[in-house]
Write a protein of this length. Sequence first.
Length: 307
Amino acid sequence: MSHTLESYRTWAAEALHAEPFYSVVVPTYNEERRIVPTVGAIAAHLCSLGRPWELIIVDDGSTDETVDVVRRLGLVNARVLAGRSNRGKGSAVRRGMLAARGQVILFADADQSTPIEQLSALETVLDKGFDVVIGSRAAAGAHVDNKSLQRRVVTAGLRLFVHSTLRLPIADTQCGFKVFTPRAVDELFTRQRIDGFAFDLEVLYLARKRGLRVVEVPVAWFDAPGSKVAHLRVAPRFVRDVGRIVLNQMVGRYHQPVTTRTRPVESAPPRRMAQRRSMRNTKGRVEQAVRSGDVSGRSGPVHRQRN
């Protein structure tokens, strides 16, 4: 049995004896079809690192079986924070980050457009004294595949707008792969107010205003099929939210936290016999992903970390 597979089986079945070193926060909305390979990808990599870790799946009011699929995995060190309604990605990420207990806290999109194995590159930079490390598709050395022309045009326009209004010296604010220290989580996500697509921008704006050290690290990124973001529809909301950020700053709304860190513990519903059989089948798919070293968790090619 490989060391990674043995570590995975222990992680899946036994509660951690110490606080987690890593927390991986994954927001979801109607991800029943790809959440299992995504969990397998994350587990395969994190279990190979030799440190305790926790997985936090934060559901934003899915109308499909996402929550049930994750619960049926029966993973002891994975928590599901289920939302009652669809409030927005920013709301889901905030709930997950404030519930995280790790020293290295990663927020990663469910589509794994940035492969989880690139966490190590961000952690290396975090260890140099930074508070927030951003996976960037715009930094020198980044590798971007399958990005549509429409998405490129919309992204370029919004980036120019952000730079001209907020004067934020960050090339890529929206990549769904960012690492935070616990201090940064306390400073930023307790003050975050935007629940929608522009929450990343608000968090990074707050980081600059509060004097935190932020840096971008180039990543490999693939535009995975099945994105929940319709960029032409989201763009006007993004512009509106930039205005909200400016207004919030002007009237002093960011001075004090609006929420606090929480550590909710999910209590799973009782399992019936059919649920148990389904759980074994679903859990077996995750173990198969770990056994085979599948770290993609999405459709399309896997881009390995370049040395």
